[in-house]
Design a protein around this ligand. Structure first.
Ligand code: ATP
Ligand code: MG
Length: 324
């Protein structure tokens, strides 16, 4: 794809541990077009967060990313910290799973938001604070002007999550990486945030990579979905195709656990029998084989390649043949 904003090839993330090296993300490739919302779904430990951390240059000290991640043509994985700093918080922003990781407890919330605009966009403090209040209002923080003068501990968990979202949106990034940004929120607020993100993608052309357990959110927000298991792509498809005609046994299992797409947004996917394999040494076959009811001998011996089975539809399963 030549018009991609983000083009990831052969992305692997490994961690060094005393007992050896573990692979959390295994040779992934995917593209995100301008204004597109890509969902990444998968169970806990499947590698979702590490994909985003590697793109932001925020892996733990024992982690290492390899491969290529072209963002507007420049490889994020090859950038120095200084170069990355110019991209992070300006044209690429991330909303974290845990809101406290990126809020400073000693600074007023409004000032923390304004700071990015002053530092990266050259606004005056006065103008930046006004923008911050406007954005807090937009993510439905009640009484935003006076709230902006308070400290993070004076906010509830759900409100801190909304502050994080405001902070990421404020710089008007070209790419927003969102790691389970709505799971801590109540259903009504969650729904409002999803609307805000959808609006952003539509009106501002912001691309979003949205990581989640929640298939209801995916159905509402995402254009395309990657189903991740054991650090590998099991299936990738336009959202409507994935929901109506999933092909990979794992994707089918996930969707069976979600009886109706319109089900409550809080529905989580965790009901396939068996235990997900944690990021240990990579076994030779398909990571899902030990839990797969349809497995054949080849599944445990040979890793199935990711093959095209339709327009923008790929899957990695020995039981499914290539599109004619
Ligand atoms: N610093 C680290 N050292 C060793 N292994 C790590 C480290 N950080 C993450 N991992 C491993 O990487 C794998 C993928 O983790 P990741 O955080 O990406 O999962 P996730 O899909 O985001 O899960 P969740 O839904 O629980 O957030 C896990 O097996 C995890 O234990
Ligand atoms: Mg995670």
């Amino acid at each position: 794809m030549t018009d991609s904003l983000l083009s990831v090839r052969d992305l692997s993330v490994t961690f060094r541990l005393p007992e050896g090296e573990v692979t959390a993300v295994d040779r992934l490739g995917f593209d995100v077009a301008p204004g597109e919302v890509l969902g990444i779904v998968g169970e806990s430990g499947s590698g979702k967060s590490q994909i985003l951390f590697s793109l932001m240059g925020l892996l733990a000290p024992n982690g290492r990313a390899s491969g290529q991640a072209l963002f507007a043509g420049q490889d994020l994985l090859a950038m120095t910290d200084t170069e990355l700093d110019r991209v992070r918080g300006v044209s690429m922003a991330m909303i974290f799973q845990d809101p406290m990781t990126s809020l400073n407890p000693y600074k007023r919330v409004g000032d923390q938001l304004a700071e990015g605009l002053v530092v990266h966009k050259g606004l005056s403090w006065r103008a930046a604070r006004a923008e911050a209040v406007r954005m807090l209002d937009r993510v439905r923080i009640p009484d935003a002007a006076s709230r902006a003068r308070r400290y993070p501990h004076e906010f509830s968990g759900g409100m801190r999550q909304r502050v994080m979202i405001a902070m990421a949106l404020l710089v008007n990034p070209r790419l927003l990486l969102a790691d389970e940004p709505t799971t801590a929120l109540d259903v009504t607020i969650q729904s409002q945030i999803i609307d805000i993100l959808a609006e952003l993608a539509r009106d501002m052309g912001t691309s979003i990579v949205f990581v989640t357990h929640d298939l209801g959110v995916v159905a509402r927000l995402c254009d395309r979905v990657i189903v991740l298991y054991g650090g590998r792509i099991m299936e990738e498809a336009p959202a409507d195709i994935l929901f109506n005609a999933p092909r990979h046994p794992y994707a089918k299992g996930l969707l069976d656990t979600t009886p109706r797409i319109a089900a409550p947004l809080t529905r989580r996917l965790d009901i396939i029998p068996g235990t997900p394999r944690s990021g240990g040494a990579m076994l030779p076959g398909c990571p899902f084989a030990p839990r797969c009811a349809s497995r054949i001998a080849a599944c445990e011996a040979v890793q199935p390649p990711l093959i095209g089975i339709g327009p923008a539809h790929r899957t990695a399963c020995h039981l499914i043949g290539e599109a004619p």
